[in-house]
Design a protein around this ligand. Structure first.
Ligand SMILES: Cc1cc2nc3c(=O)[nH]c(=O)nc-3n(C[C@H](O)[C@H](O)[C@H](O)COP(=O)(O)O)c2cc1C
Length: 399
């Protein structure tokens, strides 16, 4: 099973004798479906060549912070944003100490500071180094900051000692990460998500639609699946791959999305309206292609479509949480707050689609998750990382 399907991993390799195990680790992550980019510290390159990890990951290994070529393509900020997770394995005592200090004088440290993605650290060192108070204090500091420490395990060491400090086996690292990323916080819950645009036919060949790519809704579905939820995705026409395990209901018009949403949300704990529905549809649909010849002006009379998210929020079998999206071009938050109140929503995610770097069709997004009494700013990150943050908040509220 590809537990890490399409997740972007940075693997940071540091100068431990266990660096050779990074080769197996990269293979194991890829076997589990992950996309992997490798960063090697100067120390790591004394133990294993970048060529090995380049061949295994299928991408050039990143080594230098100040690399003009890399900055043009995938510099440290790009790399940090691209990541869905940063795994430092093996992590030396020194790299752990630098993480604690927040040092950014090499590429790995800079990425660790710049990434909004979760960080996993797999220590590997001599048992005496591991047992030292300095190392233990550093590890506790990282844990307190939310960084997951995987291992080390105990046993005989390369230096001849026996004790704790061995790098966990690569497959065990990957399993631990897969388990932690799928938190199970929504196990036993049913989440219904709408995604993508809708289409309103004018005639058999033309329609009204919008620029929605569906990426945000699909990322939310993936986050729900990873949290153990039964997940129903009601999707307009998009080219995204649904995550394995999702129940997909394909629709075209807003009316079809409305009908599917009302039916599916009757058994849902959470309903998330992430689709960009077409609010108005032609009053009449021609059953023949409308010809151009002889037409000087063409008037299209439009009538409103049902308001899906408001209807779900107002229904008798209302899910416990109803969440809307406000993709706006101006007065984003003010409009979102109005929408939250007027549609009786529990949360609304407000984002500014006039910003070309986020929103429609972009791989990234940023915004504010507004609740009735709360407001959480979510900085620019991949839609997947953002989706995980949103789902984490919602599952906390559900309890
Ligand atoms: C042969 C050899 C093996 C080493 N193995 C480890 C190790 O397993 N763990 C560790 O924390 N440091 C180890 N070190 C020390 C690190 O390489 C050293 O602290 C280095 O500065 C780490 O750099 P980096 O963290 O930037 O990669 C080793 C050093 C040598 C010479």
């Amino acid at each position: 099973m590809a537990r890490l399907f399409n997740r972007n991993f940075i693997v940071g390799v540091t100068g431990s004798i266990a660096a050779y195990k990074a080769a197996e680790l990269v293979r194991s992550l890829i076997r589990d479906g992950a996309n992997v980019r490798v960063i090697m510290t100067e120390g790591a390159r004394e133990f294993i060549t970048p060529l090995t990890l380049q061949a295994l990951s299928g991408h050039e290994v990143h080594t230098d912070l100040l690399d003009t070529e890399a900055e043009a393509a995938m510099g440290h900020i790009e790399l940090a944003r691209w990541a869905d997770a940063l795994l430092i394995a093996p992590a030396t005592a020194d790299s752990i100490a630098r993480l604690v200090q927040g040092r950014a004088d090499d590429l790995l440290g800079a990425c660790a500071l710049a990434t909004p993605a979760p960080i996993f650290v797999s220590p590997a060192m001599n048992q005496e180094m591991w047992a030292k108070q300095a190392t233990q204090d550093n590890v506790q500091t990282l844990i307190a900051r939310g960084i997951a420490i995987l291992g080390p395990s105990s046993g005989s060491q390369a230096c001849g000692d026996v004790g704790a400090g061995r790098l966990l086996e690569p497959d065990d690292i990957v399993s631990a990460i897969a388990e932690q990323l799928s938190t199970g916080a929504l196990a036993g819950r049913h989440v219904v998500i709408t995604a993508g645009p809708t289409r309103e036919p004018i005639c058999p060949v033309r329609y009204i639609s919008n620029r929605s790519s569906g990426k945000m809704g699909y990322a939310l579905a993936e986050a729900c699946i990873n949290s153990g939820a039964k997940t129903t995705l009601i999707s307009g026409p998009v080219s995204c791959e649904p995550p394995a395990g999702t129940t997909v209901i394909e629709v075209e018009t807003t009316q079809q999305m409305f009908a599917a949403s009302m039916a599916a949300s009757a058994t849902a704990d959470i309903f998330i309206g992430a689709a960009a529905v077409v609010d108005f549809k032609p009053a009449t649909v021609s059953d023949r292609k409308i010809k151009r010849s002889g037409v000087k002006t063409m008037n299209l009379s439009l009538v409103p479509n049902p308001d899906i998210v408001a209807s779900v929020a107002g229904s008798e079998s209302r899910p416990r949480l109803v969440v809307g999206f406000a993709a706006e071009t101006h007065d984003v938050q003010a409009y979102a707050r109005k929408k939250l109140a007027s549609k009786s929503l529990d949360f609304i995610f407000a984002n500014d689609v006039s910003d070309q770097s986020i929103g429609f069709n972009s791989e990234k997004n940023a915004g504010v998750l507004i609740g009735r009494n709360s407001e959480i700013t979510m900085p620019m990150s991949s839609k997947r990382v953002l989706a995980e943050s949103i789902i984490r908040e919602l599952s906390n509220v559900l309890g």
